[in-house]
Write a protein that binds this ligand. Structure first.
Ligand SMILES: C[S@@+](CC[C@H](N)C(=O)[O-])C[C@H]1O[C@@H](n2cnc3c(N)ncnc32)[C@H](O)[C@@H]1O
Length: 383
């Protein structure tokens, strides 16, 4: 990789006494387009000033055509010093000149920012692990930290989300190895650990959609797969309700309890660290208490939610209630497939869909499937 403090580029050289006139002419000709490269320091030599130019071949042609016959100028290709005060807007911008040009287009276009942590995914190209590629990843991670002063750590995704706790393997590329962070969303704060708890910032719209929907005062709501509480907390922030929030992962439960304290809530959240299936045991206290008490149930475990309709039917009020059900479904027509799964699954427990209230594709999950949500009113077959 190139020296990070220097950068080779074209300069336009002009006598000191003509420097101001040159800049005036450039501004007049190019108006808003900034052709002086702000990333490189202007050079001051004995009688001359050298302005670094952006990397664009047309610029030299234009300058030759429009300036050369008005002011005496010269073009020089040489090393300049990086302007340490320049604020970069993108990783590409930051790394230009520091990594080979052919790698610039391979820089991932997006990443997840969770509090002061960035999680980035590299595509197939980067899997051909060799030393050069590894160095490139580290340069990208350093660039992220340099352009975003808030970011303290950059982790790379090393696996898909997996296991009962829905976690993924992460590898620290650069920065502090501190997986705990504070994330803010929709006027709530969440403490979480990106290695030991499930969390995605990509559901921000969805969490706002659910928490802003019509929820009645005093509703009893069950968040079957609550994680660190992003949905429960956003609902309780806005509504005077009672939420029972379950998660089997002890870390998720610990952070959920902290997050309840960190946020000023209108509603009350009761957190439980159990496998929600245990609710069905005749001896389970909270199960006995919540039997047919829920007005609303949230089932945010897309890969397996259809295996938990027994729990949902056990908890939902006999007069019926609202289910927010998430599923990964194959394209085409993933929503149609999700509704079919709901129909078939609920019928097994003698419950039916009275009305589909809403449905949407939340996001693409894989090239062949989408994450979908269906909001529906369900009731027992016999009522
Ligand atoms: C996809 S995450 C969703 C978490 C949270 N709703 C969110 O939006 O961040 C699913 C969560 O369900 C929990 N989980 C998985 N199986 C469970 C079970 N049988 N009972 C209770 N929690 C479970 C996992 O530990 C994980 O935190």
């Amino acid at each position: 990789m190139a020296n990070k403090n220097s950068f080779e580029t074209n300069f336009i050289k002009v006598k000191k006494e003509n420097a101001q006139a040159l800049i005036k002419l450039i501004n007049k000709k190019f108006k808003k387009k900034n052709i002086i490269n702000q990333k490189i320091n202007v050079l001051h030599e004995k009688d001359d000033v050298l302005f670094p130019l952006i990397n664009d071949k047309d610029v030299i042609n234009y300058l030759t055509k429009y300036i050369e016959n008005k002011i005496d100028i010269q073009f020089i290709y040489k090393k300049g010093k990086i302007n340490q005060n320049f604020e970069y807007k993108s990783i590409q911008d930051y790394l230009e000149g520091k990594i080979p040009d052919e790698y610039i287009n391979l820089i991932p276009k997006s990443y997840d920012l969770i509090g002061n942590i960035v999680i980035i995914e590299f595509d197939k190209f980067y899997r051909s692990i060799n030393k050069k590629i590894n160095l490139l990843k580290i340069e990208i991670a350093k660039a992220i930290i340099n352009i975003n002063k808030k970011v303290k750590s950059v982790y790379e995704k090393k696996s898909k989300i997996k296991g009962k706790y829905r976690l993924r393997e992460l590898n620290l590329l650069y920065g502090e190895n501190k997986p705990e962070t504070i994330y803010k969303e929709n006027n709530c704060v969440f403490k979480l650990d990106i290695k030991n708890t499930y969390f995605t910032p990509r559901l921000v719209y969805e969490r706002n959609r659910i928490s802003s929907s019509k929820i009645n005062k005093n509703e009893i709501i069950i968040d079957m797969f609550a994680g660190v509480g992003p949905i429960s907390i956003q609902i309780a922030k806005k509504h005077e309700v009672r939420l029972y929030s379950f998660d089997v992962n002890p870390y998720a439960h610990k952070y959920l309890k902290e997050n309840i304290k960190l946020n000023k809530l209108k509603g009350v959240i009761y957190p439980y660290n159990i496998d929600i299936k245990n609710i069905l045991n005749a001896t389970n206290q909270i199960g006995r208490f919540l039997y047919h008490k829920a007005n609303r149930i949230i089932m945010n475990l897309p890969e397996k939610s259809i295996n938990f309709f027994d729990v949902a039917c056990f908890l939902m009020k006999r007069t019926g209630g609202i289910l927010h059900n998430y599923q990964f479904c194959e394209k085409p027509e993933p929503i149609k497939k999700a509704v079919k799964n709901l129909n078939v699954g609920l019928k097994k427990f003698n419950w039916i869909i009275e009305k589909i209230l809403d449905s949407r594709i939340v996001k693409a999950y894989s090239p062949t499937s989408d994450l979908v949500v269906v909001d529906l009113f369900i009731k027992p077959l016999t009522s």
